[in-house]
Design a protein around this ligand. Structure first.
Ligand code: NAD
Ligand code: WQD
Length: 349
């Protein structure tokens, strides 16, 4: 297969390219405008896989360039995996128009190209954020999507709906939305990982940056939730396990195994883990003690969410291969790699 990966220089996209290059014979082309990544990401992929990635620096919201400089130059793609999006929940509340413009127009332009160049398969990065605060846990794909908290969340809800409606109109086309839970960790080599710009908000980069002295505090956001230790529960999934699901999903639809023209899958480990348990897993797998503090709840946070993942297991044959300890030890190796490398300056807040 020849696959187009959008957002291939980003966190999940780069790990997916690595999985494809390491485990399949599929050909990969990437497009990314580096709005939240950098060209060195492709060097890291090459270092790990020994293969160069053909890539384009194009903003997907620019239909003319996308069509003329990418789709008219490359021969037909067998499928597109669409990661490119802006993803910072808080920023989307501050800049809703920027989020709607970037995320929705990028997707719409790709669908226009799919129509024009007759591309048969599409995988969309969705998010557990579409469930908001669910009434019953674990959430299944039938759990109602609810009023999500942010414009970012709405770009995912709308993105799913646009894709579903489009899928019904096109012959010989199959599409999947994968609803990721909380992606964490880095390539097990420690040579590729998340490179948040500025001060991170997500728990694991905060933990690793605090442990290496980049941040001066690690606050647990609330210990008064109705959970086993009072801290919030999430379903943390190793980024390489997320990556591999895209390979399985693409092969599944290209082999015409999916009857429905469009379908949705939860992509989580299926286990709820508290914030304190994440901290303990980090301490246990790295031997580093974290002197955290307990702070107030963070605005907009939900108490608990984790996935029922039976659909992705049963239909795609996916299962998580890495543990939360693997996620913590690899994230730490990546942080140490950053500390020792030229990427340091770029990533350090
Ligand atoms: P990321 O920011 O690391 O990667 C996204 C990439 O897309 C970046 O390299 C960025 O430069 C690129 N990009 C953004 N807008 C673009 C545009 N208009 N044209 C070209 N390139 C563009 O994010 P990630 O964590 O790898 O997330 C990938 C996808 O998964 C996103 O759609 C995100 O919303 C979704 N997702 C992420 C998480 C998470 O917590 N990381 C959870 C659920 C869903
Ligand atoms: C996890 C837990 C925090 C930092 C976000 C998006 C979601 C999806 C995944 C894209 C929470 C707590 C965190 C800290 C803490 N992304 N925490 N101290 O908010 O579950 O999900 O990423 O689709 O849409 O909202 O992830 O990593 O920010 O937080 O105590 O310094 O860790 O309060 O309970 P979240 P997170």
């Amino acid at each position: 297969m020849k696959l187009l990966i959008t957002g291939g220089a980003g966190y999940i996209g780069s790990h997916t390219i690595i999985d494809i290059l390491e485990n399949t014979d599929h050909e990969v082309v990437s497009v990314d405008n580096f709005s939240n990544s950098e060209p060195a990401s492709y060097d890291r992929i090459e270092q790990i896989t020994g293969q160069k990635v053909r890539h384009y620096d194009i903003d997907l919201t620019d239909y003319k360039r996308l069509k003329e400089e990418l789709f008219e130059v490359e021969s037909a793609f067998d499928g597109i995996i669409h990661f490119a999006a802006l993803k910072a929940v808080g920023e989307s509340v501050e800049k809703p128009v920027m989020y709607y413009h970037n995320n929705l127009n990028s997707q719409i332009n790709l669908l226009k190209c799919i129509e024009k160049y007759d591309i048969p398969a599409f995988i969309f990065s969705s998010s557990c954020t579409v469930y908001g605060e669910a009434e019953t846990l674990p959430v299944t794909e039938e759990t109602p999507v609810s009023k999500t908290e942010s414009p970012y969340g709405y770009t995912k809800l709308a993105g799913e709906k646009i894709l579903e409606d489009f899928s019904k109109t096109k012959d010989n086309f199959r599409a999947i939305s994968l609803r990721y839970f909380n992606p964490v960790g880095a390539h097990m080599s420690g040579k590729n990982g998340e490179l948040p710009k500025g001060r991170p908000n997500n728990l694991v980069p905060v933990v690793t940056q605090f442990a290496s002295g980049w941040l001066d505090a690690l606050a647990v956001h609330g210990d008064d939730y109705e959970t086993r230790d009072g801290t919030a529960i999430r379903d943390y999934i190793h980024v390489s396990d997320i990556a591999h699901a895209h390979v399985l999903a693409m092969e599944y639809i290209v082999a015409q195994k999916q009857e429905a023209v469009y379908d949705v899958y939860n992509l989580g480990v299926g286990k709820g883990v508290t914030v304190l348990e994440v901290i303990k897993a980090f301490e246990a797998s790295t031997g580093k003690k974290l002197d955290y503090t307990i702070g107030p709840r963070r605005a907009g946070d939900i108490e608990a969410i984790y996935a029922d993942n039976s659909k992705v297991r049963n239909r795609l044959g996916w299962e998580p291969r890495l543990t939360i300890e693997d996620a913590m030890s690899s994230a730490w190796r990546w942080q140490e790699h950053l500390n020792a490398s030229r990427d340091y300056g770029k990533a350090r807040p």
